[in-house]
Design a protein around this ligand. Sequence first.
Ligand code: NDP
Length: 276
Amino acid sequence: MDTPPSLVLNNDVALPQVGFGVWQVPADDTARVALTALEAGYRSIDTAASYGNEAGVGEAIRTSGLPRDDVFVTTKLANPDHGYDAALRAFDRSLAELRLDRLDLFLIHWPLPKRDDYVETWRALEKLYADGRVRAIGVSNFHPPHLRRLLAETDVVPAVNQIELHPRLPQAELREVHAGHGIVTEAWSPLAQGTLLADRTVKALAAKYGKTGAQLVLRWHLQLGTVAIPKSVTPSRIRENLEVFDFELAEDDMTALGELDDGTRTGPDPDTFDPD
Ligand code: NDP
């Protein structure tokens, strides 16, 4: 069984470099699917209040029999729960769904810049962190101006920014900003929701290394230094996506994959996304 190596966050907490994402996993299937992932060797699970499946993630951890400290659990604050008091209440609800007494990583899911309340929302996360209820706090889908405001107006530097990132959207600017502030880059939709696997370059390079397209792309993430959280409901793929620690991409193949950058997003643009 492959156990992923970890990256160390800016507060010395270790985050496995490959985690398991559960967006779009139906609530009734999540306990079973997440248990398959834990049995395959994943030690990090990424959920969100808005996915409606936190309870299944908690159930999988309990069923697995793994010590609580061996599994890194991330969840995210839903968009309607921005604001200081609402965020504190939402955190309690998430922990109750997960049936955990402490979380590993809590993220603001989207900045929603038009609402102009992510700074006060962040202060709620700082309070949860100061109270020891979460081991690390971070953000998701924050662009450089949003990060700069947090850095200028609040005390705790986010440990993580979870953003859409894959070879078609390598996010060089954001990765540079993160590196300058010790923020770990976490890649969501690391396989571009599977669409990258039909790409000619990906197919050719996968054949060259004797790996699948998904493994090739996940290896690119590891060598870029990002955390990747692929999702699959298919047991063979769940296992396959963890078998990425026994080969290494040559520098020119890393470059060739990075050249697939055409700015394609599979999800919304954080500057304008505001679902309400
Ligand atoms: P991914 O890039 O992980 O791709 C998932 C898709 O690829 C599924 O259709 C899956 O199919 C397929 N797939 C997975 N592995 C393989 C494989 N080895 N071979 C072939 N196909 C494969 O996309 P997601 O959008 O799910 O992103 C991953 C995670 O990122 C989410 O689950 C969520 O945790 C997080 N996320 C966070 C967001 C945020 O705003 N912070 C936004 C979006 C995602 P199947 O399941 O049928 O096997």
